[in-house]
Design a binder for this molecule. Structure first.
Ligand code: HEM
Length: 404
């Protein structure tokens, strides 16, 4: 796309394609170019702005009035293009619409509610780890990173048992759709007919286990906190946002501990480090790498004029490795204070499910740390390319237990 007439001074212009297979496979060289080119740059390929430094990422995400979500948090601008599906009530909404849905989910996912899920999550993590330890060798993505959230998160929502295999293809489409209409999106879309009916049916009141998180959304609708027809869309928000992200994070964690055995030794020797270790995984390999905002008026980012109704790509993956913010950012160090990373977002849209995600990460890592001496990568890991998510498709590993 040709560059528009920029106000003086002209911005740095980059020709990189962050959604090309090369960049998705290894985004870090492009991140460095993005950060080094300036606080805000013009991405010629898509005719959008991009921020990749921690300070600007934080300030854009903190200012929902100027950088809104209602025009879509993907590359597509809903003010000019028809959304591929009805926009989400939460992620793709601004206040005041956003506030109502957000307060319902914040209440349902409150600290006491998460505490109530903890024992169940721990029991399942120990059961799965025992099974995997007994097998010795397995695929850490399908058998662990996918298996665990599909079980515990779906149970927590109260989703039916039948059809859960459709959750990951559904998430694949959601997250590819935040990018351009490239081959990844088209491939995910072509699979959509196999799961759309199941997703719609599973978000209905009758399909959900009474008392669980999904049913609580309907209870909030019965209490008049949201409209009844908004309830299935909020259940859908859970399954859109809450599964593939956690799958990616757990897979990235096992991969990193396989790559950096000295970091595994630290965790094994002190399983209480599990929570901080998971935080460092989210910093080092942000599962939700990029999303977008749209300017509501002419504004400035770091002195650069940004016109009204322009798209800004926000690279949290890059901000999490910004040397202006972190010492030795490319070093995976589970003892660092990783809090302050932006992998869970910032501001009013910051991840509403982050306590569940952290709980999942913590229980899995501590169950492994109590039983596993070493994690060895035994085959070539295969990356799962996605326009938004960073994760693996396959990771053959072999475990040696502490008892041996
Ligand atoms: C490691 C796992 C996870 C990561 C990395 C992650 C990341 C994020 C990020 C970066 C955002 C902000 C997007 C934006 O500002 O436009 C977000 C929002 C959101 N997340 Fe998560 N998430 C994770 C797990 C979950 C879980 C388990 C749930 C469900 C319980 C969930 C539900 C949501 C929802 C509903 C939003 C929209 C919030 C709003 O717009 O107010 N996420 N997440």
């Amino acid at each position: 796309m040709p560059a528009p007439q920029f106000a003086d001074p002209a911005p740095p212009i980059l020709t990189i394609d962050p959604f090309s297979p090369e960049c998705l496979n290894d985004p870090y060289p492009a991140h460095e170019r993005l950060r080094d080119a300036g606080p805000v740059v013009w991405l010629e390929r898509y005719g959008v702005w991009a921020v990749g430094r921690h300070a600007e990422v934080k300030s854009v995400l903190s200012n929902w009035q100027t950088f809104c979500s209602s025009a879509g948090v993907g590359l597509s601008n809903y003010r000019r293009e028809t959304p591929w599906r009805p926009p989400g009530l939460l992620l793709e909404a601004d206040p005041p619409i956003h506030n109502r849905a957000r307060s319902v989910l914040t209440k349902i996912l409150s600290p006491p509610a998460i505490k109530a899920l903890k024992t169940q999550f721990e029991v399942e993590a120990v059961r799965l780890v025992d099974e995997l330890v007994a097998r010795g060798s397995f695929d850490a993505i399908t058998d662990l990173a996918e298996a665990f959230p599909i079980k515990v998160f779906s149970d927590a929502i109260g989703l039916p048992l039948r059809g859960r295999d459709k959750l990951l293809p559904y998430g694949k489409l959601i997250f590819n759709a935040f990018g351009p209409r490239n081959a990844l999106f088209l491939e995910a879309m072509a699979e959509a007919e196999h799961f759309q009916d199941w997703v719609a049916e599973s978000c209905s009141r009758g399909a959900l286990t009474p008392g669980m998180l999904g049913a609580q959304i309907y209870a909030a609708a019965d209490a008049g906190e949201i409209a009844l027809d908004e309830a299935p869309r909020l259940v859908r928000a859970f399954i859109s946002a809450g599964l593939d992200t956690t799958v990616s994070a757990l897979g990235n964690a096992i991969y990193l501990f396989g790559l950096f055995p000295e970091q595994w030794a630290l965790l094994r020797d002190d399983p209480a480090l599990a929570r901080g270790a998971f935080e460092e995984v989210l910093r080092y390999e942000a599962p939700f790498q990029t999303f977008f905002r749209t300017s509501t008026e002419q504004t400035e980012i770091a002195g650069q004029t940004i016109g009204a109704d322009e798209k800004i790509m926000v690279s949290v993956g890059s901000a999490n490795r910004d040397p202006r913010q972190w010492q030795n950012p490319d070093q995976f160090d589970i003892k660092r204070r990783a809090l302050g990373h932006v992998g869970m977002g910032v501001g009013i849209h910051a991840c509403v499910g982050q306590m569940i995600a952290r709980l999942e990460g913590e229980v899995v890592l501590s169950a492994l740390a109590r039983r596993v001496r070493t994690i060895e990568i035994t085959g070539t890991p295969e990356r799962r390319l996605n326009n938004t998510l960073r994760g693996l498709k396959s990771l053959p590993v072999s475990l040696r237990t502490i008892e041996h």
